[in-house]
Design a protein around this ligand. Sequence first.
Ligand SMILES: [Zn+2]
Ligand SMILES: [Zn+2]
Length: 265
Amino acid sequence: MSASILFLGSGGARFVVARQLRASGGMWMRLGPTQIHVDPGPGALVRALSTVPPCNPRELDAIVLSHKHLDHSGDVNVLIEAMTSGGFRRRGAVLAPADAFDEEPVVLPYVRRFVERIERLAPSSGPYRIGDVDLHTSMLHVHPVQTHGLHFHHRGLRVAYLPCGRYFEGLAADYAVHRPDVLVVNVLRYRDEMNVDHLTWPDARRVVSEVRPKVAVFQHFGTKMLEADPPRLAAQLEDELGLRAIAAYDGFVLDLETEIAAATG
Ligand SMILES: [Zn+2]
Ligand SMILES: [Zn+2]
């Protein structure tokens, strides 16, 4: 059974997203027969359809948001329409933090009728069943809106996604509990210059060294991270920590079983 993650974007932060220095389409996950779109930011639908071969939104089982910021949710409504054939075929699920539905909602009320299931995610909870996948959430991140990480478990395969948020004591330990094979980390900043609620490169390094996945993937880069050359940083980290480390790029396909097998050699 095949399992992969297609990165429909690898950029983060307002400046990179506004100029589309890197795309912001989120991740299209295929875990066996189950397809999940995670964090469909601006351009997600166009990127999905222009991939070769194209991703088919009508085959999606669910759309999942880590949080409601626009770089993670800009295309969520149009994707719900695409998933449900313009609202004519009621199907699929949308799972997102409660505040994505309730206060200043990003998931519009009128498209909610098109899906079979709306799930308000809570921190440290689950499993939420999506097809052949069990989803658990992490503890609450330190970020201006309700944000949690996502743990996808599919037949012994464990993929964790650590979205935006500030580093704090206990963050890595919370992710380590789920013993992920693959950890996708959003690392927006190279260094901490403005004291914002995002991981810096040294923070990301610390988290990965504590969680110790077999494969670490970095994405959601801001301008300074891009200038610092993510593939070079990942290669350094790989040597230092003795695990597989990859800098994602737009259109990158992570074949989960191949990478895990290569990492455990
Ligand atoms: Zn973000
Ligand atoms: Zn955010």
